[in-house]
Unconditional design. Structure first.
Length: 408
């Protein structure tokens, strides 16, 4: 790279889970790291209120079954939780065309295998981090159940489980009775399910809490600098290098610049470069309640309703919706529907009569579900963005890949 690692100054744009894990691996290598973020604290955007899931064997979103179910999603979008109306806007046509090209069995297999490989690397590094620093972010490894509404859904799930079993997963199809045995919070549920997929190795963790503690470690043990309320408006270029990041509060100079700004990454990715992909926001909504008398032991996904419930410390989180949109505004009806789904699935899990903490975030989705990681149109500019709903799962693995590319 031309200079000693200790002299290399790196600016990371974005203090969510992807930016902070990138900062950690770079700081461990001796880089002088500065993190810039437009929000007032770490993990104040998309990383703030996600579903808490750490599932290391999962599949890409794009598939032939997704296309087959698209008409149903259009007709029953409020019920399913998938709202796709903005896909028809001309600004999203490039993304849609590229996404449709990924909805084949071959593409799904290839993309899923790449995701699984990155996720497994991420799990290894996260476990090492937990061992080294011993932080508490409500992590536990109690497993997960994906509930399936019909017996036909169970048949489809069996094929997916077999794929995951062949690539390191321990997915197992279980009956409705076994679901109730493994997750007592489902007793009294009025939602229909024929059975489920049980993932004994699935983990749970509070992403926001993890980010807050990681940021503190970066400050105190690695002397990383943080500047919040700092929105980057431009990357100043000279020839084929970035020489400074410009913001409303000043100019920041460095030797390397890394764009980890999630859905906002596009604004700072001018021109074309190898590996560039279109991004679209997929809005998620979560409600965080105080625990009730029968909180969930496991993480539980209602596949038909497209929502997840789990316990995080003394709270119960309900996360749902996949709204293709770049608008963070929340429709109050969506809050009511998500709450009603939670009550019907686990009636005693939370104190539903108390106002929940409401969160929404835009998950930055690429057409093939694989994040952009690599050089981004300038000699010293890199990108690590586009992790969709899997940023918490992939973050350390993606950061490791980024570090290897920077060191080449």
């Amino acid at each position: 790279m031309g200079t000693k690692k200790q002299q290399n100054r790196v600016i990371i744009i974005g203090a969510g889970i992807v930016g902070l894990t990138s900062a950690y691996l770079l700081a461990k290598q001796g880089f002088r790291v500065t993190v810039l973020d437009k929000n007032k604290q770490p993990a104040d955007g998309t990383s703030k209120g996600n579903a808490g899931q750490l599932i290391y064997n999962f599949g890409a979103m794009g598939s032939s079954s997704f296309l087959r179910n698209l008409p149903n999603a259009i007709l029953k979008n409020e019920k399913t939780g998938i709202i796709v109306s903005e896909l028809w806007h001309p600004r999203n046509w490039n993304w849609v065309a590229a996404f449709i090209g990924q909805c084949t069995s071959k593409a799904w297999n290839n993309n899923s295998l790449k995701l699984i490989e990155m996720a497994h690397r991420s799990r290894k590094i996260l476990n090492e981090f937990r061992h080294d620093f011993g932080i508490d972010f409500n992590w536990r490894k109690d497993g997960k159940i994906n509930l399936h509404e019909t017996y036909q859904d169970l048949v489809t799930a069996t094929k997916v489980a077999e794929f995951q079993q062949n690539h390191g997963g321990n997915h197992r199809i279980i009956s409705k009775e076994e679901c109730l045995e493994k997750e007592p919070a489902l007793k009294g549920s009025t939602r229909h399910f024929a059975g489920g997929t049980y993932l004994p190795d699935a983990e749970i963790g509070d992403c926001r809490l993890f980010c807050q503690q990681l940021a503190e470690i970066l400050k105190t043990r690695f002397n990383c600098q943080f500047h919040f309320n700092t929105e980057i408006t431009n990357l100043r270029r000279s020839n084929n290098k970035i020489i400074a990041a410009e913001s409303q509060v000043g100019i920041f100079e460095a030797d390397f610049f890394i764009n980890c700004a999630g859905i906002l990454a596009d604004k700072l990715l001018s021109g074309s470069f190898k590996g560039k992909k279109p991004l679209i926001g997929i809005k998620g909504i979560s409600l965080t309640f105080e625990k009730g008398k029968s909180p969930p032991k496991l993480s539980v996904t209602d596949s038909a309703g497209k929502f997840v419930m789990c316990s995080l410390g003394e709270k119960v989180r309900v996360a749902g919706y996949a709204i293709f949109s770049n608008n963070l505004a929340i429709n109050p009806m969506h809050i009511l529907l998500l709450k009603d789904k939670a009550i019907s699935l686990m009636p005693d899990a939370a104190k539903y009569n108390s106002p929940p903490e409401i969160w929404t975030g835009l998950r930055p989705q690429t057409p093939d579900d694989l994040p952009m990681i690599g050089k981004a149109g300038a000699e010293n500019l890199f990108v690590n963005a586009g992790h969709g709903s899997s940023g918490w799962i992939l973050a350390f693995g993606a950061a490791e890949k980024l570090l290897k590319i920077i060191k080449e």
